[in-house]
Design a protein. Structure first.
Length: 218
């Protein structure tokens, strides 16, 4: 499978649809997979962080202007995702959703990495260069679990295979714990419908911009 997808080429010609309201895509299979991978990744990388959320919600919605590095204002049109720190709701821009669900491997992985990054915000992590996946730069963001899920082990990058191999037992434990948590959460949610939405109306702190330049991963 070809790895070097040129995101810029895909972005050209894609207009952001004028959307009315937010679409809850939490239940979409790919979103569930990416949330599970994100949870597992962070359980291995930052085991002391505990999600404050019973369940995470993913919404496709129009973006607000955001705050970027150094407090600079980022216009909404340049934002792909927004998640307030410690919130349980991840907002995805329609353009990022369209790319992530287009069926293309490169953009599927990009979307998975995007979810993993935003999931970091739900755990309270800010955008920071000290944690590669929380970097503002797409070139530094890497989630080996996304690589493996999208491309399969045979095509997984060497460095990502090494991370997976080095963390085998941690990954197994994280997966077991996540499944137990999910089971408890679904029991809790069904017992207390409707689940309270924590979508915040305040200015989001964690915003993700599209890659400025295509970043081939191979
Ligand atoms: Zn961010």
């Amino acid at each position: 499978m070809k790895r070097s997808t040129l995101l810029a080429a895909l972005l050209v010609g894609l207009a952001i649809p004028a959307s009315a309201g937010a679409a809850d895509v939490t239940a979409v299979h790919a979103v569930q997979r990416d949330l599970a991978l994100a949870s597992t990744f962070w359980a291995v990388e930052q085991p002391t962080l505990v999600s404050p959320c019973v369940a995470d919600q993913v919404l496709v919605t129009t973006m607000q202007d955001g705050i970027g590095d150094g407090g600079a204002l980022i216009p909404a049109a340049d934002v792909w995702a927004e998640t307030a720190l410690g919130a349980c709701s991840i907002d995805i821009a329609p353009v990022a959703w369209a790319l992530g669900t287009s069926g293309d491997s490169g953009t599927s992985e990009m979307f998975c990495v995007l979810i993993a990054h935003e999931y970091g915000h739900t755990l309270g992590l800010p955008d920071t260069e000290s944690i590669p996946l929380m970097s503002s730069s797409w070139g530094r963001r890497d989630d080996p679990l996304c690589d493996q899920a999208v491309y399969g082990w045979r095509w997984t990058l060497h460095k990502d295979r090494e991370w997976i191999a080095a963390n085998r037992s941690e990954l197994r434990m994280a997966t077991i714990e996540r499944k137990a948590r999910d089971a408890a959460a679904s029991a809790q949610v069904s017992a207390s419908q409707p689940a309270a939405s924590q979508a915040s109306a305040s200015a989001p702190a964690g915003v993700t911009q599209p890659p400025v330049t295509p970043t081939p991963t191979a």
